[in-house]
Design a protein around this ligand. Sequence first.
Ligand code: ADP
Ligand code: MG
Length: 551
Amino acid sequence: TVSAESQPFQAEVAELLHLMVHSVYSETDIFLRELISNASDACDKLRYEAIARPELITDGAPPEIRIVPDKKADTLSVVDTGIGMDRQELIDNLGTIARSGTKSFLSKLTEAKDGANLIGQFGVGFYAAFMVADRIVVTSRRAGSDDVWVWSSEGGSGFEIAPASEEAAKRVARGTEIMLHLKKDAAKYLEAYEIERIVREYSDNIQFPILLVPEEGEPRQINSASALWQRSKSDLKPEDYKQAYQQIAGAFDEPAMTLHYRAEGRQSYAVLLFAPSTKPFDLFQVERKGKVKLYVRRVFIADDAELLPAYLRFIRGVIDSEDLPLNISREMLQNNPQLAQIRKAVTTRVINELETLGDKDQDAFTKIWDAFGPVIKEGLYEDFERRDKLLALSRFTTTAGEKRSLKQYVDDLKPNQTEVYYLVGDTIERLKSNPKLESARARGVEVLLLTDPVDAFWTSAPLEFGGKPLKSLSQGDVDFGLIPLTDDKAETKDEREADAATTIAVIKDALGERVSDVRASQRLTASASCLVAGGDARDRALERLLAQQNR
Ligand code: ADP
Ligand code: MG
């Protein structure tokens, strides 16, 4: 026989647990939501693997989740008949944190005075259970396996892993049993009505049946277990959508946008998508992976099928196809023409919906733009086809105000103004004191002030909006010639030109080969001179960004 073996937690896990155990966070209810969501994921994974190996499901109970309170033992168990974990999976999944955002989340948690609130806002998965339990015992059998393993921990610096006793192995025929030895002050979670209340609040739309197994009497189902996206819009209330969003996205905020529809025709599929109202910690992870889940006829297939372009990777939700083959492999997803069609159609719908929101619900749109604007702007250089639409969606800080759209800009053009002007830089403050703005200011011409790193990229291609070219004030010649001055202290055109010719000769002489040309310009009114890039040269801000990245 193999005996128990102790293993340390990964440093981040130990740190997180320390925070959990000592947190004063009062909304401890969420632990149950986290465990149920993991159980539901495990049932999804089982159904997916059973497409190729049907015996995995037919050999035992159907995928379901049981909640078992035991007042005599002071334990609460969450049991699923899902995919289960083998020994290595128990060690890897419950001893380390794989989620890429968690590290930055942890540092925020440690910094913030209200760290406790962040726990509620973002969730901490399995480890949330240590808020209510002082000992957790996980017994698991991977589907199709003869081995059953037990992981146990008191939440300190490590855990134990051991083979299950014969009795425990018999109890767990497939899947995972998570037994919480409840802390004294968490005894309320043994009450049936408490459990029902929490499940109704957080987990009602979990697709698999959740059964409450009372100490006396028959188990009974306490959730509605429907795939919400398959239901008709008219049956659903905003509350239902909020819960579905939080469940599907593992989020705690309100959705700022909800898009629910069914496409019929050449292809049939249901779409339920959301835009979060707050920024997750892993938004800028390098892989730029989307999180929309692909289902085929109610069966979960993949959550990394790239159902939307990367610049919409903040959108969460589900697309459920009626036509794709169930046994589609994850590799085949990449080149599937039906899926490409769905992707195209849904992308257009999402962008149209964002546009409508921008017109009808400024508040909601602003939340999305503030959190994800820099991501959406990646589309300006990646999605040529939709560039105009994305430009119309974009909002800018300009010399005339905040959250300005290009439509507003173009509506407010000065007489004789034929171009849209912008300036790229590090901060709004520094841009506002940039001498390159002076001439525009003297004419009351609005200038877009672009400070996101991504701005240097999309502006490097020629662009126009409503027939008006976009033009950088730090590049080539800017001719404000016909736009009248609004500042009457400025000198007349003739005076200026006469002065300029002599001045230029002197400067050219002094600088010699170090510059390609010296020109008089209408860019400045109060400063004497500035350095600019040539008309075809790279924008100076882009040059700096590229230099930073060693390209
Ligand atoms: P997340 O669910 O975001 O991945 P968690 O901390 O909730 O993070 O869970 C960590 C991992 O542990 C899961 O990704 C999964 O691989 C594994 N896991 C947790 N609970 C179960 C379960 N009931 N059945 C199978 N695997 C599980
Ligand atoms: Mg989880």
